[in-house]
Design a protein around this ligand. Structure first.
Ligand SMILES: [Zn+2]
Length: 410
């Protein structure tokens, strides 16, 4: 028996249409210890639906948040690309908003403080908010004051009564993870100073579809935003979407600037027009994406099989959430992959969820010299390839799975 489809997370419509089912999936970030290999692993359906009324694309299953975030092992500070982007964003905001020791910068989903640290070094007061206890401890130890909590309208009201109002609110890659999108956006409206600015980053739905990035669909990631859907969500809570930029992070993201009033700039209007032309409001757009994903699975499996048949040994790079989805959906397990490498020492010695391939250090690429290494973190493929030039020099080859599987390094 399947559960009834819930109402739309944004507009409440009860007419959601299922567009893609990735099947039963383990939690994408729940890497396993050796002991846990003896136990059964929880799995949940991973189904994507489209709202014909507000165009929001969303998951129809919600896993209880405690299961997802309590011991979240994702320490974003490990990617150089993200650190550089974060420093640049801080510098731009400090200058354009004339931030000083009287200002307050609040970050929602502040992780280990990797973004706020660039304000702290400039003596600008900050407040991080993040629900994962172990990560909050890391942030605090770095000198980034952080509240261990979920963010929503209630917390915003509480902060407001304590006279903690924000000049800038940053929310990077978190809105898409929030079950109550309306409460979260309303909270931003409550917490912003009258002339404050919200800077919100979300992975961009159009990039996901255009580049077949189906592996960015996972249980933590509840909403898949277009500018069309966001525009309606913000307006519902009295916020204006003033400007929008497309940025390359996470396979293509939007950086949105929201304020309490103001008119949308041309950047917003032109993306709205582009989306309309592209088919953001049409069900067929999403149905054809589902066909694309099924095709990608077949071609990747065929490539790996033919390499394996010729005696090629294959490893993978990046024990990230998207890696879990790609490996499990495509059925790529220990029969095909020898191991997965990851720079994050917290993940080494553990196993990929579902497929249970062991995770080890990137130094193993040179020690074991697998013939091919499948880059699961294709969003930082350039960085990986640069770091592993010696591996390529000695004859190793990388496989980039998306949007079409291809071998690089020859
Ligand atoms: Zn809707």
């Amino acid at each position: 028996m399947t559960d009834p489809i819930p109402p739309c997370r944004s507009c409440g419509s009860d007419k959601l249409q299922n567009v893609l089912s990735l099947g039963q999936m383990p939690l994408a970030n729940a890497t396993l210890t050796a002991d846990q290999l003896r136990e059964p692993e929880p799995a949940y359906p991973l189904d994507l639906a489209f709202c014909p009324r507000c165009s929001l694309v969303q998951l129809t299953t919600s896993v209880p948040p405690q299961k997802l975030f309590d011991t979240y092992l994702y320490f974003s500070a490990y990617s150089q690309t993200m650190l550089q982007e974060s420093q640049l964003l801080a510098e731009r905001l400090i200058e354009s908003r004339k931030l000083n020791s009287q200002s307050l910068v609040v970050e929602l989903g502040s992780n280990d403080g990797y973004q706020l640290q660039y304000f702290v070094t400039k003596r600008i007061p900050v407040l991080g908010i993040d629900p994962a206890k172990n990560i909050v401890q890391v942030a605090e130890a770095k000198g980034v004051p952080t509240l261990c909590s979920y963010f929503g309208r209630d917390l915003a009201v509480e902060l407001r009564t304590k006279n903690k109002l924000a000049d800038v609110i940053i929310a990077k890659n978190v809105l898409a993870h929030v079950p109550d999108s309306n409460g979260f956006v309303a909270g931003i409206g409550v917490l912003l100073k009258k002339d404050g600015l919200g800077v919100i980053e979300v992975p961009y739905l159009k990039d996901l579809l255009d580049k077949s990035e189906f592996d960015t669909i996972y249980h933590e990631h509840l909403s898949y935003f277009s500018v069309t859907a966001l525009n309606e969500l913000f307006r519902r809570h009295g916020l204006a979407l003033k400007e929008v930029e497309r940025i390359p992070l996470h396979g293509g993201s939007l950086r949105l600037y929201v304020a309490r009033d103001g008119e949308p700039a041309e950047s917003v209007r032109s993306l709205l027009r582009d989306e309309e032309k592209w088919g953001v409001t049409r069900l067929e757009t999403y149905r054809s994406f589902a066909g694309q994903v099924a095709h990608l699975k077949e071609s990747l499996k065929a490539l790996l099989k033919s390499l394996g048949d010729k005696g090629g040994r294959i490893a993978a790079y990046g024990a990230a959430a998207k890696g879990t989805i790609l490996l499990n959906y495509c059925g790529i397990g220990p029969d095909i992959l020898d191991f997965v490498v990851d720079l994050n020492p917290h993940k080494q010695g553990r196993y990929m969820p579902g497929v249970r391939v062991p995770i080890t250090s990137p130094s193993q690429l040179l020690e074991k010299m697998p013939d091919y290494t499948l880059i699961l973190v294709w969003n930082i493929a350039d960085e990986v390839i640069r770091q592993q030039s010696e591996y390529i020099h000695r004859g190793g080859r990388f496989i980039i799975p998306l949007p079409q599987p291809k071998i690089v390094g020859e």
